[in-house]
Design a protein around this ligand. Structure first.
Ligand SMILES: [Zn+2]
Length: 96
């Protein structure tokens, strides 16, 4: 396996997307190629930094209220009692 091919597969290796055969081939190349091994190390450090960063932010309540206020009101359609579409359980529960 050459460095160019390994470079492409490093990302898949990091994301655990390679099959066992490709993992073996990439790892064999990495064992004998300090350049590609260093590149993988750099990618791993970048991945770790991204995963450790607090990238999720909660929207302020005022934004949530504005969005909910802009949405159309939900219309609840109740089934017609005795409708042929109601289930036996629905018909039974209405009698109680
Ligand atoms: Zn290499």
């Amino acid at each position: 396996m050459k460095c160019a091919e390994t470079e492409i597969l490093l990302h898949a290796l990091l994301d655990n997307e390679l099959d066992a055969g490709h993992v073996r081939d990439v790892e064999a190349h990495l064992a004998g190629c300090p350049g590609c091994a260093a590149q993988l190390d750099t990618y791993r450090k970048l991945q770790d930094a991204i995963l450790a960063a607090p990238l999720r932010y909660a929207a302020p309540a005022s934004l949530r209220h504005r969005i909910e206020g802009a949405l159309p009101r939900r219309r609840v359609v109740l089934p017609n009692p005795g409708s042929r579409w109601s289930t036996p359980w629905e018909q039974y529960s209405r009698r109680r």
